[in-house]
Design a protein around this ligand. Structure first.
Ligand code: 1HE
Length: 267
C-alpha cells in the first residue's frame, strides 16, 4: 500500500506498493513470500494504476521486492478455472498490460532473479528493461501444461523471434542475463543490487523529455512496425509535424540554437 497523495496509488492491493520520487513513479511487486506471483487482485491493481497515472508522473519504474522479479501467474488460482473463466482471465491480463504498453508514460522494468512466465510477459509490456546479473528468463508454461496468456505470444516473438520463443516453451530452455541482452530481452545489464537505481536514473532521463516525444516513441513506433510502409511513413510525417509544432519543442530548439542546451556527445 502507499500513503501517496494520488488516489490510484492509495487504492492499490497489498501486493503492489507505490512511491513517487519527483516525476518518477515506482511501482513495486510486493509479494516476495510468493515470489511476486501475479494473482487476480494484482493484475486488477496494475490495470487500475496504469489507467489513472497521475499527471505529475512522467515515467514509471516497475520493480519486484525480494530475490525475484516475478514468478509469473499465481498457479494456486488456476486449478478451479473453467474454459470461459480462463478466457476472461487472459483478457484481464491483456487489458492490464496494454495499459502499460500504450499508457500515458514510458515504463522501465528493473529485473532480477526469476523473470518467468507471466513475469516475463509483464516485463515485455514495459518499454525499457534493465537486468541485474541474477536475472533469468523462462517460460515454464510448457511444463505446467498451460500456455502464455498475458500477451507473451504476441510481444515475445517481437523481442527475440518466434523460433526462440518456441524453443523456450517446448524445451524449458532458460536464458541468463548476458544472453538476455544479446537476444533482446533487456536493454541494459547491471551488477547485483543496481537494477532499481539504474532504472530510476533512466526513468528520470525519460521524464525530462518533451511529453509529445515520449508519446510518439511509445505509440507510433510499435504501430509503424506493424503497418505497411506507406502508412508508416505518412504516420511518421504527421507525428513529426505534431511534435515539432508543440511549444515545448520550439523552446528546446531555441535553447540549442542559443547555446543553452547540451550537445549530443557519446556517454
Ligand atoms: C508460487 C509461485 C507461482 C512461487 N504461483 N505460488 N510460474 C512458474 O511456473 C514458476 C513457479 N515458481 C518457481 O519455479 C519458484 O518459486 C522460483 C524459481 C520462482 C523461486 O524459487 P524459490 O525457491 O525462491 O521459492 P519457492 O520455495 O519455490 O516458493 C516460495 C513460495 O512462493 C511457495 O509458497 P509456500 O506457501 O510454499 O511458501 C511457492 O508455492 C510460492 N510460489 N511461485 C503460486 N507462480 C497469464 S498466463 C501466465 C502463465 C505463467 O506465468 S506460467 C508460469 C508460472
Amino acid at each position: 500500500m502507499s500513503d501517496s497523495k494520488h488516489e490510484a496509488a492509495n487504492k492499490l492491493p497489498p501486493s503492489l506498493r507505490f512511491e513517487q520520487r519527483g516525476a518518477v513513479g515506482i511501482l513495486r511487486l510486493s509479494r516476495p513470500h510468493k515470489r511476486n506471483a501475479l494473482d487476480d487482485g494484482t493484475i486488477q491493481g496494475i490495470e487500475d494504476f496504469f489507467s489513472t497515472t497521475p499527471s505529475d508522473i512522467k515515467a514509471i519504474v516497475i520493480h519486484g521486492e525480494g530475490e525475484h522479479f516475478c514468478a509469473g501467474l499465481d498457479l494456486s488460482e488456476l486449478s478451479e478455472r473453467d474454459i470461459a473463466a480462463g478466457i476472461a482471465h487472459s483478457r484481464a491480463w491483456h487489458r492490464a498490460f496494454e495499459r502499460i504498453e500504450f499508457g500515458r508514460v514510458p515504463v522501465v522494468a528493473g529485473l532480477h532473479g526469476a523473470v518467468v512466465g507471466g513475469g516475463l510477459e509483464l516485463a515485455a509490456a514495459c518499454h525499457i528493461r534493465v537486468a541485474e546479473r541474477s536475472a533469468y528468463y523462462a517460460l515454464p508454461e510448457g511444463s505446467r501444461g498451460i500456455f502464455l496468456g498475458g500477451g507473451g505470444s504476441v510481444r515475445l516473438p517481437r523481442l527475440i523471434g518466434t523460433a526462440c520463443v518456441i524453443d523456450m516453451m517446448l524445451t524449458g530452455r532458460t536464458y541468463g542475463a548476458d544472453e538476455g541482452v544479446a537476444l533482446g530481452f533487456s536493454h541494459y545489464i547491471v551488477e547485483a543490487g543496481a537494477g532499481l537505481a539504474r532504472a530510476i536514473e533512466l526513468a528520470e532521463r525519460i521524464a525530462g523529455n518533451a511529453p509529445m516525444t515520449n508519446f510518439a516513441a511509445m505509440h507510433v513506433l510499435p504501430h509503424n512496425a506493424e503497418q505497411d510502409r506507406a502508412s508508416g511513413l505518412l504516420m511518421e510525417a504527421l507525428m513529426a509535424a505534431i511534435a515539432q509544432g508543440d511549444p515545448e519543442a520550439k523552446r528546446r530548439l531555441r535553447d540549442f540554437l542559443e547555446k543553452r542546451a547540451p550537445k549530443t556527445v557519446r556517454q
